[in-house]
Design a protein around this ligand. Structure first.
Ligand code: HSE
Length: 404
């Protein structure tokens, strides 16, 4: 019997208990032993829950229980999750977490402790919900130089953008729906301002480079300024708007950023709708590959956590080697990154040549339902050159980066 403790019995923690219960026969067969939930740490009581007699309120009840070998952290937030996870690892317990805030901030420290104590610290569910992107990077595409990782890594914002695109819904109504469905973070600002996707691309880039990427240094824009009118322009160009998290190796180094992009129909991420996430990777030998699945929600995320539990249960006596160091991975300055842009501007389309001239050779776009304004697509420009020209543009309404 392998004993598990769950810290945090919210959307994901309760999903973990359900996956372990309902899939017990297959899990036992794959591990070669039974896995049971022995203790659950939560401030609340759950008298009707099938695991009602497992609840404890003091972390020491888990730390001091030598029968508990694997601890699941699904509390969210940085503290006290960080202290609890660290204490569990120090006591020689394996840990799996769904907590991207924790991994983005303290990943290298926790990985180093796990290595020293010869236990595992795994975090598949911290990026892409149920999609096995971390295992793909750490165990599958290991003979390649992964030159690009690009993804829709936040289900809440993709859900909102899809509703705006398909139903012309209001931003605030759709956000409420996403919260009710259990997709959004406790503080949904993390979703809509792009911070959640930023932490996730920081984790993927760190794993890919073997060194820690400081998520606070990644240029990040959210979707709060996306309007139905911007979406109209996107549609007029055969495009849609998606919040992308991008990390790319170029000649000079590696850059990472999070921002809403206008993507064309031929882009592999164009058709990723609703709460679904997708991560596109390009390896120098592999070429292109993409993973697609539910990026949020109780059971898909719990499925990824339980995949980690199975992995750990099969490797109880060794560290599996998932690691990146605390040495900082220096990213390229955002200002020098090159992108093509779409710009929406109030003005006379007959004067477009004059208005667009600071942006190089541009293609004008009009949207029948929107009068007294027009849009244009720029050629590839440095971010700082574009920003300087956009700042001086009279009547500027909005701007987006263009994906291919
Ligand atoms: N709030 C996150 C999302 C949950 O919407 O994708 C999964 O990390």
């Amino acid at each position: 019997m392998i004993n598990v403790a769950i810290m945090g019995y919210g959307t994901i923690g309760s999903g973990v208990a359900r996956v372990l219960d309902e899939n017990a026969p297959v899990i036992s067969a794959r591990v070669g032993d039974d896995i049971r939930v022995k203790k659950i740490l939560d401030r609340r009581d759950f008298p009707e829950d099938p695991h009602a007699d497992c609840f404890v309120k003091d972390i020491n009840d888990i730390l001091d229980d030598d029968e508990i070998q694997i601890v699941v952290e699904t509390m969210g937030g940085v503290e006290p999750a960080h202290t609890f996870v660290k204490d569990c690892l120090m006591r020689g317990k394996h840990v799996t977490t769904s907590n991207k805030a924790l991994v983005a901030k303290h990943g290298p420290e926790l990985l180093a402790i796990a290595k020293e104590k010869n236990v595992n610290f795994l975090f598949e569910a911290s990026v892409g919900g149920g999609i096995p992107i971390i295992r793909t990077i750490t165990s599958a595409v290991t003979a390649d130089v992964v030159e690009a990782v690009m993804g829709i890594l936040n289900g809440t914002t993709n859900y909102i953008l899809t509703k705006i695109e398909q139903e012309g819904s209001e931003f605030s109504d759709v956000l409420k729906e996403a919260q009710e469905l259990g997709y959004a973070e406790a503080n949904p600002t993390d979703d809509v301002e792009g911070y959640d996707a930023c932490r996730k691309i920081a984790i993927l880039t760190s794993l890919n480079c073997g060194r820690n990427v400081d998520f606070e240094k990644i240029y990040t824009e959210g979707i709060t300024k996306v309007t139905p009118e911007d979406m109209e322009y996107a549609k007029a160009m055969g495009r849609t708007i998606k919040l992308l998290a991008v990390s790319r190796k170029v000649e000079e180094g590696t850059y990472a950023m999070v921002a809403p992009y206008m993507l064309g129909e031929e882009h592999p991420l164009y058709s990723v709708h609703g709460v679904f996430n997708a991560v596109f990777i390009h390896g120098n030998m592999l070429d292109d590959a993409m993973l697609y699945g539910r990026g949020a929600g109780s059971l898909p995320t719990a499925s990824a956590v339980c995949g980690d539990i199975v992995d750990i249960a099969r490797n109880l006596d060794k560290n599996s080697g998932v690691f990146y160091s605390d040495e900082e991975m220096e990213l390229l300055d955002f200002e020098g990154i090159r992108n093509k842009f779409f710009v929406r501007v109030r003005g006379d389309v007959n004067d477009a040549a004059n208005i667009t001239s600071p942006f190089g050779k541009c293609e004008v776009v009009t949207c029948k339902s929107l009068e007294g304004e027009f849009g244009f697509m720029t050629e590839e420009m440095r971010e700082d050159d574009f920003a300087a020209a956009f700042e001086k543009l009279e009547g500027a309404v909005s701007r987006y980066r263009l994906g291919n």
